[in-house]
Design a protein around this ligand. Structure first.
Ligand SMILES: Cc1cc2nc3c(=O)[nH]c(=O)nc-3n(C[C@H](O)[C@H](O)[C@H](O)COP(=O)(O)O)c2cc1C
Length: 248
């Protein structure tokens, strides 16, 4: 005797209605699963579309701003990284680099803080053999020159914190950076130097900024040895965390 069969035998109508109920249940479950898959796909495609329009990679000027802003790569709009870096004038390298040493540090600061970035591009590029660049740079320094900058200057008024970084040349900021510093007023802002060099640390960057902008708050700067710049991320993170400027 089958002790597991609890249904009363002989009621064909009852058997048919239980089968119909099972089919309806199956169809409803299938519809719910399909609807869930479709809505997940729609949400994903919408969110990836909004991420791809993130302003961090935009190089165009926001509506209503002057065209001078077009050379600034946009981040969070509160912190600005000013950078001059030469791919050709790197101590200890016979060939130009793809990315200058100090530019590597600038990119790490941008990634950590969400800052905007403005690159100082000299009207006359520093190209050619290392020694010829060294000679030119020395002449510029001896004559206290202010070499011209090719690209429009950024509108610094909206930034409260400005990093100013470059290689150390003869213990100082390269004269093309001095051109920038003379043209822009960073008084009242927090200004933070950074550098790469091959033995001079930050050079006189801190003093130069203090002299140039007596009403700015000059905070602790950062430097890395030029040829070690690519490995400097942990040190950059540590420095920025100490300044309270890490984004996450
Ligand atoms: C003209 C010139 C002057 C330099 N003067 C110094 C210096 O005074 N002290 C120092 O440690 N390194 C000096 N260096 C080496 C650079 O600071 C170093 O190679 C730097 O990492 C280059 O960075 P960049 O690739 O961002 O231009 C000098 C290099 C050049 C081309």
């Amino acid at each position: 005797m089958d002790t597991h069969n609890t249904q009363k035998p002989g009621t064909k109508a009852a058997a048919r209605s239980s089968m119909t109920a099972r089919v309806i249940g199956f169809v409803v479950a299938a519809v719910i699963v399909i609807a869930a898959i479709v809505s997940f796909a729609v949400i994903r495609s919408r969110s990836s579309a909004s991420h791809s329009s993130s302003p961090a990679t935009s190089t165009s000027a926001p509506a209503g701003k002057s065209s001078a802003r077009s050379t600034v790569k946009l981040g969070n709009g509160k912190i600005l990284v000013i950078i001059f870096s030469s791919k050709n004038a790197i101590y200890g390298r016979s060939k130009p680099a793809k990315i200058g040493n100090t530019m590597r540090i600038a990119d790490m600061i941008v990634a950590d803080t969400g800052a905007d970035k403005y690159e100082i591009v000299p009207a006359q590029d520093y190209t050619g053999a290392y020694q010829s660049i060294v000679d030119r740079a020395q002449k510029e320094q001896d004559s206290n020159a202010r070499p011209a900058i090719k690209n429009p200057l950024p509108d610094v008024s909206q930034y409260s914190t400005v990093f100013v970084g470059s290689p150390v040349w003869w213990g100082e900021y390269p004269m093309v950076v001095r051109t920038f510093l003379d043209k822009e007023d960073l008084n009242g802002k927090t200004v933070i130097p950074f550098a790469t060099s091959e033995g001079s640390g930050l050079g006189n960057f801190q003093d130069q900024l203090r002299q140039q902008y007596p009403k700015a708050t000059i905070r602790d700067g950062f430097y890395a040895e030029g040829l070690q710049a690519a490995q400097a991320k942990p040190d950059v993170d540590h420095w920025l965390r100490g300044l309270g400027l890490m984004k996450h």
